[in-house]
Every structure is written in C-alpha cells, then in structure tokens.
Design a protein around this ligand. Structure first.
Ligand SMILES: CC1=C(CCC(=O)O)c2cc3nc(cc4[nH]c(cc5[nH]c(cc1n2)c(C)c5CCC(=O)O)c(CCC(=O)O)c4C)C(CCC(=O)O)=C3C
Ligand SMILES: [Fe+2]
Length: 350
C-alpha cells in the first residue's frame, strides 16, 4: 500500500504534424519575448522533419519502459502522460486522472534541472492543471531534480565511450569532450534556485553533471557550452554557443569533438536539429571530426532512475546522488521549492 495511486510523466510536448507547428510554438513562446524571426526559423526546423517532433514518441517509449520496470519492482502505479505545450495537454490528462478516480499522484518531470524552464515551470504546470480541473483534482506531488543521479551519469558516461569509438582511430585519442545544454537568459540563470542560495542553480548543476560524466569516463578535461538560444540579440544568454565554440576549437588545433547533450533526456528536436544538423554541419565546414553522444531516455537505466525516485518518495529509500550542488524540485500541488525560487525574469511588454 502506498499513499499514491498513479504517476504522471510531465513533459514539454512537441508537434506531431505540420499544422501543429505554429500553434505549438505559440504555446511555448506566449508572452516570452521571442522575436518573430526566431520563430520563423524554428518553424523551418520542425518542417524539416515533416512537422513531427520525436519528443512525444520518445516519452511514450519511456513510459512503456517505466511500466515494465514498475512491474518488476512491484510498484503498482498506472502511468499517465501530460505536456506543458502540446497534446496530450497536462490539463486534459489531469482531468482524465480525476475521472479515473486518481486521488494522489506522483509527477515525474522530463527535466533533470533546477531553474525556471527546467523546474519552476513544471510546478506552474501542475498548479495550472489542477486549477483547470477544479473540484476533485488529484493531489500532485512532483519528484525532485535528478541531474546527478548515478544512473543518469552512468548512462551518459557509457554513451560517451560508445560515441568516442565511432571516431576514426587517428582522431580518437585527441578528441575534445564537449558538453552542451539548453541556453537560458543570464538573468534567468542568476535567479535560478532559492534566493540566498547563491543563484545560478541551473548552470551550476549542468557544470557538475558534466564534470561527473567526464570523471566517469576518465577524461582529463572537457568543455561546457550552450545551445538553442532564442531571445533577442541584445539580451545576454549563457555562452559560449556550441557553434562558436567549435570554431574556437578548430582554430586552436583540435581535430575532433565528442559532443554530449548532457542537458537533455532524449533525442528531441533541439538535439536532432541543433546538434545533428547545425553543429555537425559547422564541424564539417571547419574540418573537425564530430560525433554526438546518445541521450539516456532510451537506456533501461533511465526507467530504473524513475523507479528509484519513486522508491525514495514511497518507501523512504535514501537519496541517490553523486554531486553536491543544492538539489530541490520536489513539491505538492505546484508549491514552489522555496519562496521566490527561480523567479521568472520580467519581460518587456508584460
Ligand atoms: C532549460 C531548457 C530546457 C531543458 C529543460 C527541459 O527539458 O524542460 C528546454 C527544453 C526544450 N525546449 C524545447 C523547445 C523549445 N524551447 C523554446 C524556447 C526556450 N527554451 C528555453 C529553455 C529550455 N528549454 C528557454 C529559456 C526558451 C525561450 C523562451 C522561454 O523563455 O520560455 C522554443 C521556442 C522557439 C525557440 O526559440 O527555440 C522551443 C520550440 C523542447 C522540445 C523540443 C521538441 O519539440 O522536440 C525541449 C525539451
Ligand atoms: Fe527550450
């Protein structure tokens, strides 16, 4: 017997046909000050793949893997799927949960990180969905950040080693290990975490995860760069950008790179476009050898990680983590991790 009767996998969402692309992007960027030219560009990225983001399918695969993991771990929780920005929308999913008689569910977010986009916004999604359902909405308990979970780090580490093997013999030893995560506005990073905790929780956690992965594969050194920036050019975002960094590496004599998307759980559009297309093309222009490391979502260890977080919550199992940066992200019914945690930046015109 547990206090919970379901698990909700809560994710970002992505379009599944060309007509979905615009309305999806409008949902993502509503009131967020993303310039229209950037949106036109991103529309093209999605249309390049027929207007279909792989993210929903990948999340459904993760759910299937977690279902079998739960079965073997004796965890009897049905799994529901809801998104922030596209169908199945979390509001509709939580309504269905209520109709199915779910009273109290755990929420697993597909972001491992602290920060506004990676954590607080998922709390806001929970609160909005419960409000939209109203009377009888289940209690929703969000699971914690897991950026330094040993199963996540081990999965990335094995994927780094496998990727390195794909380089030609003469490039392998000298290849530079480059970690990449989604850029955010510097102001958002500065306000990431509870006030008084030093800020920059997102970039600190990303940097620590990168270091833990590098240590796990015995790399002597590594770089951390950022990708997929979208704000207006005058607003500072986390840098260096991956493509600029590839230029700098080539200029200083590096011959090959192993690029690890440590900031992402699965091969969604920001990985298959920004890394497998844009950054790969840039590397080719520069004559740099290039391999991209796989993401952990499809690794059976990722399903075990979900099960392990549930075990912590349900059975009071000890926290499994390798790092030492502050760790937050758990909360009930959308309550923030701390007062004014990860305050969103004020945007012009709002
Ligand atoms: C930190 C972070 C994560 C990692 C944590 C997590 O996973 O949650 C993440 C994930 C993702 N971001 C994604 C897609 C997009 N992100 C955008 C815009 C933005 N992302 C931001 C941050 C992050 N984003 C920010 C600060 C913006 C600016 C607008 C704003 O302030 O909110 C835009 C708008 C157009 C553009 O400008 O690119 C799109 C389309 C997809 C789905 C891809 C698919 O469809 O397969 C995923 C998983
Ligand atoms: Fe994003």
């Amino acid at each position: 017997m547990t206090a919970y009767d379901a698990l909700l996998l809560l994710s970002f969402g992505g379009p599944e046909k060309p007509e979905d692309v615009r309305p999806f992007l409008e949902n993502v960027t509503r009131g967020r000050g993303v310039p229209p030219e950037r949106l036109d560009e991103v529309v093209e990225h999605y249309l390049h793949f027929g207007g279909v983001s792989p993210i929903n399918r990948l999340n459904r695969d993760i759910i299937a893997a977690v279902e079998s993991e739960f079965a073997s771990a004796g965890i009897e929780l049905p799994i529901y799927f809801g998104n922030r920005n596209w169908h199945p929308m979390v509001e509709d999913t939580v309504a269905r949960m209520r109709d199915d008689g779910v009273r109290s569910a755990l929420v697993f977010p597909t972001s491992a990180w602290g920060g506004y986009s990676g954590c607080r916004q998922y709390h806001e999604d929970v609160a909005r969905a419960r409000e939209s359902v109203g009377e009888g909405a289940p209690t929703l308990t969000k699971l914690r950040q897991y950026y330094d979970h040993p199963l996540l780090i081990a999965s990335f580490a094995d994927a780094i080693s496998a990727a390195r093997e794909q380089l030609p013999d003469h490039q392998r030893a000298g290849a530079r290990l480059v970690f990449t995560a989604h850029s955010v506005p510097v102001s958002a990073d500065v306000s990431a975490g509870p006030p008084g905790d030093g800020g920059r929780l997102y970039s600190r956690q990303v940097a620590e995860a990168a270091r833990l992965c590098a240590e796990a594969v015995g790399a002597a050194d590594h770089d951390l760069v950022w990708q997929s920036r979208s704000g207006p050019p005058q607003v500072p975002w986390l840098e260096p950008d991956i493509c600029d960094h590839l230029g700098a590496l080539a200029a200083s004599g590096t011959e090959a790179v192993v690029v690890c998307p440590v900031g992402f759980v699965s091969d969604h559009l920001e990985v298959i476009w920004d890394l497998d297309t844009e950054a790969r093309d840039r590397a080719a222009e520069l004559g740099l050898g290039y391999v991209r490391v796989g993401t952990p979502g499809t690794d059976p260890r990722f399903a075990q990680l979900v099960s392990s977080l549930v075990g912590e919550q349900v059975r009071g199992e000890p926290l499994r983590r390798l790092g030492s940066e502050p760790l937050y992200g758990a909360g009930v019914d959308g309550a923030l991790c701390a007062t004014r945690c990860c305050e969103p930046a004020r945007r012009p015109g709002r």
